[in-house]
Design a protein around this ligand. Sequence first.
Ligand code: SF4
Length: 325
Amino acid sequence: MPNEILNVVALQKFFFTTQGTVRAVDRVSFSITENETLGLVGESGSGKSTVAYTVVGIYAPTDGKIYFRGEDRSQPVAKRPKSLKRAIQIVFQDPGTSLNPRRTIKQILELPLKVHHLTAGDRKLEVANLLRRVELPADYMYKSPHMLGGGERQMVAIARALATEPKLIILDEPTSALDVSIQAKIINMLIKFQEEMNLSYLFITHDLSLMRNVATRVAIMYLGKICEVAYTAEFFRNPLHPYTKMLLSSIPVVLEEEEELKPTKVISKGEIPSPVNVPPGCSFHTRCPVRKEICMQADPEMVEASEGHFVRCHLVSGQEAVASS
Ligand code: SF4
C-alpha cells in the first residue's frame, strides 16, 4: 500500500499462566498509512493495549509479523535498531507512572535528545523548545513530575515522544485518566502535531465517541480479535457487526440529530469472557443478541462488506445463510 507506515499481519500474543493460556491477541491484522489515525477501540480486556505494547516492542509476538515501512520489525525492543526505536514512540495512559519521579523534567526530556549529540547548552534550548510546543513554561524543566498536574504530566510525556521526531506514535488511552477540561486541549494538541509533523497515530481507547472527530479509520477489538474496521464516516453511518452496534447504541449524545443516527438500542448482555476461556465459534456469541446455530461452531472470517469496510460476522459474510439453506 502506498505510504504505508505500519503493517501488522496475523499478530498473536499469548501469555502462558498457571490458569491456562491467555489469548490476549489472536491473529490481528491492520495497517496504518502516513498521516493516518487508526482508532483501536475495545472494552477493558479486549487486548488493545497488548497490541500497542507488542507493536512498540515491549512484548515479543507469539506469532505473526510487524512490518514498519515494509521491513520486518517483529523483534522485541531490545533487539530493534535505534532508528526504529526513535521512529515509533508511545504515550501511556498514566503519565504519573511513565515519568521517572526521581528525575527533573529537564532530565526526562534530555534523555531522548542524546541521540542528536547536542551540546549541553543546545540540549537545554531544545528542552525549552519542547516545553513551549506543548504549551508549558520553560522553567518547568526544573520541576519534578509530582509537582505537575495530571494534564501537565501528560504534556511532558507527549513532548518526550516528540523529541525523537517519530513517524508513528502509539497513544494508549492518553486522555482517559485526565479531567474532561484538559482532555480536549490534549486532543487538539495531538491533531496539531500530526498536521505539522506528518505523524501517524495508533490511538487506543475505550471511548468510541472520541474517535468520531479524531480517527481516519476505526477498528473494534473484542476478546483479542478485530471484529470490524472501516473509515470513520462509514463506520458511524453504517455499523455492521452486532458488537459495534451494541457499543454505538450506548454512546450518550447531546443533539437530537445524533440520536437519530444511532443504531436501535442493543441491550448489552453479560461481560466480556476471560481470554483464558475464549468461547468456541464466534467469540462474541455468548453476548450476541442475533446469534445463529453456526455462530457457536465456526469462527467467522473477516470479509470486505464494502470498499475498506471489513467485518467478522456470519450474518454479514453470508455463511449463516449458506449453512441454513
Ligand atoms: Fe453474532 Fe454470529 Fe455475527 Fe458472532 S457471527 S457477531 S454471534 S451473528
